[in-house]
Design a protein around this ligand. Structure first.
Ligand code: FAD
Length: 308
């Protein structure tokens, strides 16, 4: 519970005790790296031989560890581990009305296939978001549900943005400013007319990174069968998480039936939204392109079954 500082010629390691103190450190050393679960940074240091001069552990910062149920959803501190996230989402799913927690159920399904117990026990939600990997398992879900991201910086207070198409600014780059830290992520509640799906395909079912993953969020209008809004987010199809924007636009207002499915899967929509040039990193081009359609088919069917 004490402020700690270790210093050598090569590296300084700091452990502040409050958010204010963490923000002051970030202001003084904008290039410093926060280390939470160390499951990404550890790989960078060990295998890519990266070296960070200043490293900061936010482990004692209360605001980054809090979990709060708000009017809009569940607000999870950036340092909350994936195992704790699972526990809190499970509790909400078990105690709240089913229609309110459909997005949470989608996250629970994804967390089940996220790495293994050892990693989930230390890896954080914030580390997954800020690492901004193109195959992050949580970012497509957060983008599909339009999760709210809270940043803070010394002297500038808190800033809230949506995790939307503009959030990622290139390979492993986000809208976070160099003076800021991520404080929390709010995963929203769903409602009677909202449906959510999460999908992951990996070489191995357990403890493996994704070949492709996806989060799909649907809002039907008052008729209960026409699309009011839809967001289809994919990981593994570009250098960062992307939305299938043309498809989303084309599906708005349409009836949730076979013709909608045909429209989404036709050459002008999902395949056009999610092109993969021959030789794209990761390979398996035809497989990944086919998976985007399979995921949508699964989502289409799951909603259809609920509507019947
Ligand atoms: P760290 O390594 O501590 O940090 C990651 C990055 O986030 C760093 O740049 C750090 O500075 C930044 N950061 C952390 N907290 C903050 C903050 N509050 N504000 C600003 N920046 C911050 N990922 C998947 O998506 N799916 C998988 O199935 C998966 N499997 C894995 C399996 C193994 C064996 C390993 C080693 C990794 C795996 N990963 C997987 C990747 C990794 O575990 C996740 O991305 C994890 O969520 C990272 O969290 P962390 O706390 O360990 O991040």
């Amino acid at each position: 519970t004490e402020y700690l500082k270790f210093e050598s010629d090569r590296c300084t390691w700091l452990r502040p005790t409050s958010l204010d103190h963490l923000l002051q450190i970030k202001q003084a050393y904008p290039e410093c790296r926060l280390v939470t679960g160390n499951t990404e940074i550890g790989i960078e240091v060990k295998f890519q031989k990266r070296h960070f001069k200043v490293m900061v552990s936010p482990a004692l910062v209360e605001e980054l560890r809090e979990v709060v149920i708000t009017e809009h959803g569940i607000q999870l501190g950036a340092s909350v581990t994936l195992s704790d996230m699972e526990t809190h989402l499970r509790r909400a799913v078990d105690t709240m009305p089913e229609e309110k927690t459909r997005v949470f159920s989608g996250f629970l399904e994804m967390l089940r296939w996220f790495a293994g117990h050892q990693i989930r026990n230390v890896a954080s939600l914030g580390g997954n978001v800020m690492n901004a990997s193109p195959i992050s398992d949580l970012n497509p879900l957060l983008m599909a549900c339009n999760a709210e991201i809270e940043f803070a910086a010394a002297g500038q207070g808190h800033r809230r943005v949506k995790l939307d198409m503009d959030f990622f600014r290139g390979y492993k780059k986000t809208r976070m400013r160099s003076s800021e830290v991520l404080v929390s992520v709010t995963v929203p509640f769903s409602a009677e007319n909202i449906y959510f799906g999460s999908f992951k395909q990996a070489n191995r079912k357990e403890d493996d990174i994704s070949i492709l993953n996806s989060g799909m969020w649907l809002e039907l209008d008052e008729t209960g069968c026409h699309v009011r809004d839809i967001r289809l987010a994919f990981g593994g199809m570009s250098f960062n998480t992307v939305l299938a924007c043309k498809t989303m636009e084309a599906l708005r207002g349409r009836r949730w039936d076979n013709s909608l499915l045909e429209c989404a899967c036709s050459q002008s929509f999902l395949p056009a939204d999610l092109p993969l040039p021959p030789g794209a990193p990761g390979g398996m081009i035809a497989y990944r392109r086919t998976l985007t359609l399979s995921f949508f088919f699964r989502f289409y069917l799951s909603v259809l079954q609920k509507l019947q």
